[in-house]
Design a protein around this ligand. Structure first.
Ligand SMILES: [Mg+2]
Length: 274
């Protein structure tokens, strides 16, 4: 931990960490309220691609989470930034409920493929259209490549297998814009006025949350509330100090002041920090 500076920002994952679909993780609202009492910036960073930021915000409001819409940074936002920067006209393989985050982006005569989690569009015809476009030179942009995610009825396929299928068929590599990409974390911190060494990431995905945060120079805290499986521990074993335990709210309940919060994270909860 040498060389780390005072904690100025906390990035928090959403799905699997604060909520699972329309249900809040028990105690998460209180934990967030506790964190709000500390002098630290908070941003919510998510790879959610099925819903626009507005829909996501409204869901979190219904679940009584204390947050503002402009505190949410999504992989859809990162994808839009890249499209604007490159001036691409995308074929958007995202759910209809996510389309409003691309309002104003030209989509006629598409020259790029953007793929997120789109269960309603993952059929042969649409994927074959994307395949042919990529063969003709269109770049493949993946909002993220998660293998799976947590639903109420169990784990479900993420966009990763579909992105990888297109990569395999076309012998190309996708540009990934969401977690765990370093650029995603850099963008998320960009308006908070702090460096990665002054921030910590809390999430339920060992690879995309903790691994990505570490590669970006941040600390990471893994919670067991979502999609964590033992296979993730094996995959990421080199980065783990020991077993992974925690409740998000348990870490937040320690926050009587940010100094105590950070020191407690470094001591009591050291097994879950990477
Ligand atoms: Mg998650």
């Amino acid at each position: 931990m040498a060389g780390r500076r005072a904690l100025k920002a906390v990035l928090i994952d959403l799905s699997g960490t604060l909520h699972i679909e329309d249900t809040a993780v028990p105690g998460a609202q209180d934990a967030l309220n506790r964190l709000r009492q500390a002098s630290v910036a908070v941003k919510f960073v998510t790879n959610t691609t099925k819903e626009s930021k507005r829909i996501l915000f409204e869901r979190l409001q219904r679940l009584n989470f204390n947050l503002q819409e402009n505190e949410i940074f999504t992989s859809l936002s990162a994808a839009r930034s890249l499209l604007e920067q490159k001036q691409h006209r995308p074929l958007l393989l995202v759910e209809d409920s996510a389309l409003e985050d691309f309002t104003g982006i030209e989509t006629s005569e598409p020259n790029a493929v953007v793929i997120g989690l789109a269960p309603d569009h993952f059929n042969y015809s649409t994927l074959n259209k994307a395949f042919r476009m990529i063969l003709d030179g269109a770049p493949l942009i993946a909002i993220h490549k998660a293998r799976y995610y947590k639903r109420k009825d169990g784990l479900a396929l993420g966009p990763g297998p579909f992105v990888t299928g297109l990569e395999y068929a076309t012998d190309c590599k996708a540009t990934v814009v969401g977690k765990p990409e370093k650029t995603f974390f850099t963008q998320a911190l960009s308006d908070l006025g702090c460096s990665p060494s002054e921030a910590v990431m809390i999430g339920d995905d060992a690879r995309d949350d903790v691994g990505g945060a570490q590669n970006s120079g941040m600390l990471g805290i893994l919670v067991r509330t979502g999609e964590l499986r033992n296979s993730q521990l094996l995959i990421s074993s080199s980065a783990f100090s020991s077993t992974v335990v925690s409740l998000l709210e348990a870490t937040f309940l320690a926050t009587s002041s940010i100094i105590i919060f950070f020191s407690l994270l470094l001591t009591i909860f050291s097994p879950v920090m990477f």
